[in-house]
Design a protein around this ligand. Structure first.
Ligand SMILES: C[S@@+](CC[C@H](N)C(=O)[O-])C[C@H]1O[C@@H](n2cnc3c(N)ncnc32)[C@H](O)[C@@H]1O
Length: 255
C-alpha cells in the first residue's frame, strides 16, 4: 500500500518570538560594539545629534528608545531635547544592564561617547548621569506600544536585527511609526544587508537583510519627510556580514 509522502520542508524562517531575548549576551555585545567608540558610532552620533538639534532643549515631553538594549548613546542624544525618555526593552539582561547604569552610574567606557554628544550639542546636561536621569527603563517590545504616546521615537539596530521575516520587520517598523503622535518625529539606524548573526561565538540571532530600497518600501507609504543616508561598512567591528549602516529620519503624517 502506498504511503503518503510528507511535504518537503522549506528553510525555517525564525521570527521574533523564536529567540530568547532575555538571554541577549550583553557583555559580549558591549565588548564587540560599545567598549570603545567605532567609526560607525561616530557616524550615527553625528546623524542623530543633527536630528535632535533642530528641536529646542527640553521641548519634547516624551521620547521613546525602542529596543534600547545596553546602548547608552541614543539615550544621551535624546536628552538634548526630551524631558523624559522611555527605554523600552523586552530582554531582562538588557534592562538589568540599563538599570545598573542609571542607579550606580555609567561605566567609564561611555564617557567618550558623551563627550562627543556634548561637543555636538552643548545644551546637553553637564554630566552623563544628569542626562540619564531623564531615562526610565520599561519592560516590553514593539507589540506593547500604545498608539501615538510619544513626541519622538528612536530605534537603533532593532527591526532588522530581531527577525528573519520581512513581513514581521515591516510590522515592527509600523509599530515604531505609530508610537509617535501624528507630526511626531522618527530617527533610526539599521544594519545594511545583515543576515542572521552571532555575538561572541554564541547562538545565531535572527536578522532580515535590508537595503535602502527595502526601507523606502516600508517607510515611504507610512511617513512624510523620509530621508535615508548610509555609512560605509565599519571594518573595526566583527564581521556581521553587513555592508554598512542605513540612517533614517521621518515624521508620522498629520491626519
Ligand atoms: C541588535 S540589539 C540592538 C540594541 C541597541 N538598540 C543598540 O543600539 O545596540 C536588538 C535589541 O532589540 C531587542 N528586541 C528584540 N525583540 C524586540 C521587539 N519585539 N521589540 C523591541 N525590541 C526588541 C533585543 O532585546 C535587543 O536589545
Amino acid at each position: 500500500m502506498p504511503t503518503a509522502r510528507r511535504p518537503a520542508r522549506g528553510p525555517t524562517v525564525r521570527r521574533n518570538r523564536d529567540a530568547d531575548w532575555n538571554a541577549w549576551p550583553v557583555d559580549a555585545y558591549l565588548a564587540e560594539n560599545y567598549r570603545r567608540m567605532h567609526p560607525c558610532d561616530i557616524g550615527v552620533i553625528h546623524h542623530h545629534s543633527a536630528f535632535y538639534r533642530t528641536s529646542a532643549p527640553g521641548s519634547v515631553a516624551r521620547s521613546l528608545e525602542l529596543g534600547a538594549g545596553p546602548n547608552l548613546y541614543p539615550l544621551m542624544l535624546a536628552a538634548g531635547t526630551a524631558r523624559r525618555i522611555d527605554a523600552l526593552e523586552p530582554g531582562s539582561a538588557g534592562r538589568d544592564y540599563l538599570r545598573r547604569q542609571l542607579e550606580h552610574g555609567p561605566e567609564d567606557s561611555w564617557q567618550p561617547f558623551y563627550a562627543l554628544c556634548r561637543a555636538l550639542d552643548p545644551t546637553l546636561p553637564a554630566t552623563l548621569p544628569e542626562a540619564l536621569a531623564r531615562v526610565r527603563v520599561v519592560a516590553g517590545g514593539a507589540g506593547d506600544l500604545p498608539d501615538g504616546a510619544y513626541d519622538t521615537a528612536s530605534m537603533n539596530f532593532v527591526a532588522e536585527s530581531v527577525t528573519e521575516d520581512f513581513g514581521e520587520f515591516t510590522s515592527l517598523c509600523e509599530a515604531f511609526v505609530h508610537a509617535v503622535r501624528p507630526g511626531g518625529r522618527l530617527v533610526a539606524s539599521f544594519m545594511e544587508r545583515m543576515p542572521s548573526y552571532r555575538i561572541g561565538g554564541g547562538p545565531v540571532w535572527p536578522a532580515c537583510p535590508v537595503d535602502e530600497t527595502a526601507l523606502r518600501a516600508v517607510f515611504a507609504p507610512r511617513t512624510t519627510g523620509l530621508r535615508i543616508s548610509r555609512l560605509a561598512k565599519d571594518r573595526t567591528l566583527p564581521e556581521y556580514g553587513d555592508t554598512g549602516v542605513l540612517l533614517l529620519t521621518a515624521e508620522r503624517p498629520a491626519p
